[in-house]
Design a protein around this ligand. Structure first.
Ligand code: PMV
Length: 317
């Protein structure tokens, strides 16, 4: 029986991080230059139900039954098994690899879940539609992340930009023109929980000032949405600059993230901002496609640990 494989892209927040926690909208986009991949092969000679998992990026080479029950890979497979109503899986070999940075705000966990759900369900001749993949990936995110927003699994399952607001259904965002971005990893780990907590403390101390920044960010997101929906998006870069200014003001940038943002702009980026929780993590810069390599090179010289060039293709809703 041939191997069955499936993959899923990474994601990144383009606009609206932090303010989204306070009810403002945000935009996240797929990053298709990195991906998680799952390959499933039958093990005809193995005892029934014996599943061998080989995930070299997270140093797992183990039978499923020997992994802890709370292990993310166990959770994903158990959620799929329950959904399909199977008493047991047939024996198979599952190999999972990923080029998405782990714990970098790029959705590696959700992408691994989506790739596994697609590959294993196809292997079992029970392929799942995207809605179901999205719902099961969200369940698996909940089982090992507490209270995820559902953004990662949605952007990654549909490989489409998403406009979202807490407590409201996600909207797929139509984009009229391609956009090229350079993502640069500061190499400094940022903790989302710590940064969200620090913003909350500042908000409790000075709610008026913080809410004014959140509202400005919300307006920037609305304008960015309109810009992305129109064939020309001349303001998209300056909207990223404005969003970065407000992220600085709410205290989530760092001197090094600011250095990277400035380096991108000096190399000719059309706009740049930190992305995600801040305190470390990534910056993202909008560039002319022809200038992407130069901006990436400048970011490496400025000290970025890694750069990714990605093009967001036009999408219909
Ligand atoms: O860690 P990331 O890249 O998924 O970004 C976190 C985004 C925040 O707005 C800071 C937190 C949140 O839950 O929305």
């Amino acid at each position: 029986m041939p191997a069955i494989s499936a993959s899923a892209p990474g994601k990144i927040i383009l606009f609206g991080e932090h303010a989204v926690v306070y009810g403002q909208p945000a935009i996240a986009i797929p990053v298709t230059q990195v991906a998680a991949r799952a390959v499933v092969m039958a093990r005809p000679t193995a005892p029934g139900g014996e599943i061998l998992i080989d995930a070299p990026d997270v140093q797992v080479l183990s039978l499923l039954q020997d992994l802890p029950t709370q292990h993310p890979l166990t959770c994903i497979l158990r959620i799929l098994q329950a959904h399909l109503g199977l008493a047991a899986f047939p024996a198979f070999h599952l190999r999972v690899t990923s080029t998405i940075p782990i714990a970098g705000g790029m959705g590696s966990g959700a992408a691994v879940a989506v790739a596994i759900l697609r590959a294993v369900s196809a292997f079992l001749n029970r392929p799942l539609d995207d809605e179901t993949v999205n719902q099961l990936a969200f369940e698996s995110e909940k089982s090992f992340h507490g209270t995820p927003s559902g953004v990662d699994n949605t952007v990654i399952t549909f490989a489409q930009p998403i406009y979202f607001r807490r407590g409201q259904p996600f909207e797929k965002l139509a984009t009229a023109a391609p956009h090229t971005f350079v993502i640069a990893d500061s190499g400094q780990p940022g903790s989302t929980a710590d940064m969200v907590g620090a913003v909350r403390q500042r908000w409790q101390t000075d709610p008026r000032r913080m809410e004014s920044h959140f509202e400005h960010i919300g307006q920037i997101v609305q304008q960015a949405r309109q810009a992305m929906e129109s064939p020309q998006a001349p303001r998209l870069g300056s909207l990223m600059d404005e969003n970065h200014f407000h992220l600085q003001q709410i205290g989530v940038s760092t001197p090094f993230l600011d250095v990277l943002v400035q380096a991108a702009l000096q190399a000719g980026a059309l706009g740049a901002k930190l992305s995600g929780a801040g305190g470390g993590g990534n910056i993202i810069a909008l560039v002319e496609a022809s200038n992407a390599e130069q901006v990436a090179a400048r970011l490496s010289t400025a000290g970025a640990a890694r750069t990714i060039i990605t093009t967001l293709k036009p999408h219909s809703r």
